[in-house]
Design a protein around this ligand. Structure first.
Ligand code: PEP
Ligand code: MN
Length: 263
C-alpha cells in the first residue's frame, strides 16, 4: 500500500488544513516533554512566533531509565490541548500504549509512534484502525525495508495517513547520539508515495548540530522538520542538551525556508 509502483502520485497528509508532503515544508517544534500547562503554552507561542506550523510535546515518555521522568500523562495531553487553543497550532504527541488510544484520537492531531515502538505490531495495528495522521519514527536499528513494512502494518488496517520520520540510527559512532541517515529521504520518496520529515534533535543529541542537519535535510528534499525547542534547556526535564532556544530556532526556520524555495 505504501509502494510508489501502485500509487505514483505523492500522498499529502492533511492535518487541520496544514499539508505534509505538499510544496511547503512543515515545521514542527516544541519541548521533548510537556512540563506543565504554563510551560507548554509559553513555548507554543514562542515557536509559533518563530515560524513553526505545529507544536510537539511528549506526555508519555519512553525513557531509558525507569527512574527518569516518565511524562505527565493525561495532564500533559490536556496542557497540549490548551496550548492548541491559545495558538491554533496542531499538536503532536507520542502514544506508547494502545491503552491510551482513545485519549489520543480525541485530543491530538498527529499520533507519534516512537523509535522504540516502530515494530510494536499491536500498537501499529491499533493506530491503523483510526484515521489519525501517524508520525512513524524509524527504529534506531531498523532497516529501510523494516520501516516501510511498519508503515504497511498501519495502512493495511485502513489508515493511509502515515508520515515517516528519520531520527538517526545506531552506528559505531558515539560522538553524536545517533547517526542521521539522510539517504532515506530520496530512497523513501522513490520506494513510497508517503511524506518524510526529519528529526535532527534525536539524531544529533547536541543543539549545536541542529541547524546544519536541518538545512541538509531540507536540501535533500524532506517534507518537514520536527525539532526540540525549550526556553530553558539547562533545566529541561528531558533532552535539554539537544534543545534549541526559541531565538536560535527562529533563525533556523528563516534559513530553512530560504533553502526550501530553491529545492
Ligand atoms: C521524542 O520525540 O522525544 C522521542 C522519544 O523520540 P524517539 O522515539 O525518536 O527517540
Ligand atoms: Mn526527546
Amino acid at each position: 500500500l505504501a509502494n510508489r509502483m501502485f500509487h505514483p502520485e505523492d500522498t499529502i497528509v492533511d492535518v487541520n488544513g496544514i499539508k505534509i508532503g505538499g510544496k511547503k515544508i512543515v515545521m514542527i517544534a516544541g519541548p521533548c516533554s510537556v512540563e506543565g500547562e504554563e510551560q507548554i503554552c509559553r513555548i507554543a507561542k514562542e515557536v509559533k512566533a518563530a515560524g513553526a506550523d505545529m507544536l510537539r510535546g511528549g506526555a508519555y515518555k519512553p525513557r531509558t531509565s525507569p527512574y527518569a521522568f516518565q511524562g505527565m500523562g493525561t495532564a500533559g495531553i490536556m496542557a497540549m490541548v490548551k496550548a492548541r487553543q491559545e495558538t491554533k497550532l496542531p499538536i503532536v504527541s507520542e502514544l506508547m500504549s494502545a491503552e491510551h488510544l482513545d485519549e489520543f484520537v480525541e485530543n491530538v492531531d498527529i499520533i507519534q509512534i516512537g523509535a522504540r515502538n516502530m515494530q510494536n505490531f499491536d500498537l501499529l495495528k491499533a493506530v491503523g484502525k483510526t484515521k489519525k495522521p501517524i508520525l512513524l519514527k524509524r527504529g534506531m536499528s531498523a532497516t529501510i525495508q523494516e520501516w516501510i513494512m511498519a508503515a504497511e502494518y498501519i495502512m493495511s488496517e485502513g489508515n493511509p495517513n502515515v508520515i515517516f520520520c528519520e531520527r538517526g540510527i545506531r552506528t559505531f559512532e558515539t560522538y553524536t547520539r545517533n547517526t542521521l541517515d539522510l539517504s532515506v529521504v530520496p530512497i523513501i520518496k522513490e520506494r513510497t508515495h508517503l511524506p518524510i520529515i526529519i528529526d535532527p534533535s534525536h539524531a544529533a543529541g547536541d543543539y549545536k548540530l541542529i541547524e546544519s542537519l536541518s538545512l541538509a535535510a531540507i536540501a535533500a528534499g524532506a517534507d518537514g522538520l520536527i525539532i526540540e525547542v525549550h526556553d530553558d534547556p539547562e533545566n529541561a526535564w528531558s533532552d535539554g542538551a539537544q534543545s534549541l532556544k526559541p531565538k536560535r530556532y527562529a533563525k533556523l526556520v528563516k534559513k530553512g525556508k530560504a533553502i526550501a524555495k530553491v529545492v
